[in-house]
Write a protein that binds this ligand. Sequence first.
Ligand SMILES: N[C@@H](CCC(=O)N[C@@H](CS)C(=O)NCC(=O)O)C(=O)O
Length: 201
Amino acid sequence: MRLFYSKTSPYARKVLVTVMEKGLAGEIEVVVTDPHVSDKVLAAVNPLHRVPALLLSDGTTLYDSPVICEWLDLQVATPRLVPKTGHGRWAVLKGQALADGMMDDAVANVMEARRPEGRQSLEQIARRTETLLDCTKALESELPGYPGALSLAHIAAGCALAYLDFRLPGLGWRSGSPTLSAWLEDFARRPSMQATRPDAD
Ligand SMILES: N[C@@H](CCC(=O)N[C@@H](CS)C(=O)NCC(=O)O)C(=O)O
């Protein structure tokens, strides 16, 4: 299987951390891809032209990251990252939606800031910044309710928060979310998180 991947994409990181936590690293070839330049290979496997995309051995492709992660979770029984039924399932899927939404707003602000100064919307940047701070506060209260110590919601949250620290270090989310900040410090020590650091060589 081939994973189309960019090391600075938090969505792609979520998938690769999931691959590693499921013990599937040996079965996946990582294809480093820049989705922001025209790439015919990526376009051929994903009409959205985005990473992550997972090309399966039967020639079909899966996207986007929630679909890929749920598929990966079903390939190996343990650790179960998305409970099959019950309250825990909805807590995990909702947690992933929160973290993915944070990635959406953070990535949008990073892209906006790369536009020429006169063409940036400072209003949009400010609105998304406020949303991001609200989301980290929501995560501060919701994360303790995620089932177990490791689920897809934990992985998504870890990748979203690490992306904030990587690309928007001035955001200052930690002061309003001290428990979350301590959790991230611990979670970031996992080998899967260390191996996928966006700033690593
Ligand atoms: N909802 C998608 C988002 C994927 C996404 O937006 N990836 C970005 C990289 S961070 C990308 O490939 N952008 C290229 C583009 O939009 O053209 C997912 O969860 O996989």
